[in-house]
Design a protein around this ligand. Sequence first.
Ligand SMILES: NC(=O)c1ccc[n+]([C@@H]2O[C@H](COP(=O)([O-])OP(=O)(O)OC[C@H]3O[C@@H](n4cnc5c(N)ncnc54)[C@H](O)[C@@H]3O)[C@@H](O)[C@H]2O)c1
Ligand SMILES: O=P([O-])([O-])O[C@@H]1[C@@H](O)[C@H](O)[C@@H](O)[C@H](O)[C@@H]1O
Length: 537
Amino acid sequence: MAPHAEERVGSATEGGVAATPPKDLFVVDSPNVKYTDDAITTKYTYRTTAVTKDASGKYVAAPKETLYDFKVDRKIPKLGVMLVGLGGNNGTTVTAGIIANRRGLVWDTKEGKRAANYYGSVIMGSTTKLGIDSETSEDINIPFHDLMPMVHPNDLVIGGWDISSMNLADAMDRAKVLEPSLKALVRKEMATITPLPSIYYPDFIAANQEERADNLIPGNKASMAHVEQIRKDIKDFKAANNLDKVIVQWTANTERFSDVTEGVHDTAENLLKAIEAGHEEVSPSTVFAVACILDKVPFINGSPQNTFVPGAIKLAEQHGAFIGGDDFKSGQTKMKSALVEFLINAGIKLTSIASYNHLGNNDGMNLSSQKQFRSKEISKSNVVDDMVAANTVLYAKDEHPDHTVVIKYMPAVGDNKRALDEYYAEIFLGGHQTISIFNVCEDSLLASPLIIDLVLVAEMMTRIQWKVHGAESADDKYAGFHSVLSVLSYMLKAPLTPPGTPVINALAKQRAAITNIFRACVGLEPESDMTLEHKLF
Ligand SMILES: NC(=O)c1ccc[n+]([C@@H]2O[C@H](COP(=O)([O-])OP(=O)(O)OC[C@H]3O[C@@H](n4cnc5c(N)ncnc54)[C@H](O)[C@@H]3O)[C@@H](O)[C@H]2O)c1
Ligand SMILES: O=P([O-])([O-])O[C@@H]1[C@@H](O)[C@H](O)[C@@H](O)[C@H](O)[C@@H]1O
């Protein structure tokens, strides 16, 4: 294949035609839902509770209903994914994983045979409750992926960029993530994939990354030439693979935070001017984001740096482009966001979290540099804020648990990060509860399914439109969701939300948001665990 060719790792059919849409698993029988070959349209009543205070200061809670029209495009596109950092541990692992699943590979391990799967993907590996069997009253659960007409990851076409020129077979070896027997089965296909050259501004990542930077687009600071090259790369990839759409994800190294400066990062216009002027405080990830936004290519940031400076968010809003981030929530922090929600919602007063881990992969080496670690420390620390703030019984205003994050680089353990956490809490009558966790996270095998989920959900969001039912507005047309896809929060440590809206880190709430938004789009009520049918009889 030509140099820098991208391997079509997905098409279940030849000739560039996406796989035939799967047979629908269910149909919603409701006067509020209409099906055509092209779309599902629903009339949905969104029920919330509006709270005000009366003169005496008492809360007044008033049920509120908003009627929405949703429209879902049922045509499943031929989708390409371009990863920034394609040659890294995550990039090689997710690529090999999709090849293995597409081909239904089985390989030998010391524990016996293993078959390709999508474990760890909430979309591909979990189920959601459709409803209750009318005869047996038992829950009917369906694969989450079947809730909406989503792309299948086996059909994804993968490409991308890396500052390292290593082809993906050699990079897979460098990553030291996958079993040799599996690597042998995918090596040939992986060897045909060589990352496109990328932009490299040395000050933004650790100096120890320089030795692998041999695959560069000329120029060591932001420029419109870089923006235009990235836009061209995406267009070329889309054409070469006969794609309907492309989504770009950053799974390259963690950058230091950009020092957000008025007149540079604050508005869309200033950000574009700063790039034009070669401003040294505009990061590679922000340049990638701008390039994607200008062509309405969804861009997702899987790392913790502040890629989405205010000007980038405003640019996305101006262009109606989708962005999402930050920082995959894969192991230690995912556990934290579930455990803290359980403890605090159980009325147990968490007073300290010691969150240590050591890892030995290249990510860990990059994070051994203080500025890059600081980006990660922020994303790993803020994940409890919403849960603490919501419980005013346990915590006074601005009171929060002590929280320490430590990351150490220990080459010997490679990608198999060791996370050691201690959760210390006050319980009844002066007692204490100490929860100590030793959690070995094979980081790339945990993150790769999230890369897939982020792609599937972000792409699905591009096919969902809404309007207020019976809107009197002149442009009574459907619109897309807000540019900042906060619905992706479940997969992310530091969820990006539309400016001025709350950040939700609690894992169960985040999953419920995806589930219930998708249920609304097909005309179903939110999942309720009331199960009154099992209580009122
Ligand atoms: N569990 C996880 O693995 C996990 C969880 C959360 C976040 N992350 C983040 O995901 C990112 C990738 O993790 P990884 O383990 O794959 O790291 P990695 O170091 O193995 O891979 C990163 C890749 O990015 C490349 N790169 C660096 N700068 C680039 C640029 N400007 N353009 C293109 N490529 C560039 C590097 O050459 C490398 O191949 C890191 O930022 C990490 O913090 C990982
Ligand atoms: O497991 P998790 O906290 O979700 O996330 C991981 C961190 O624990 C690890 O230190 C870091 O190197 C990885 O990039 C990732 O961020």
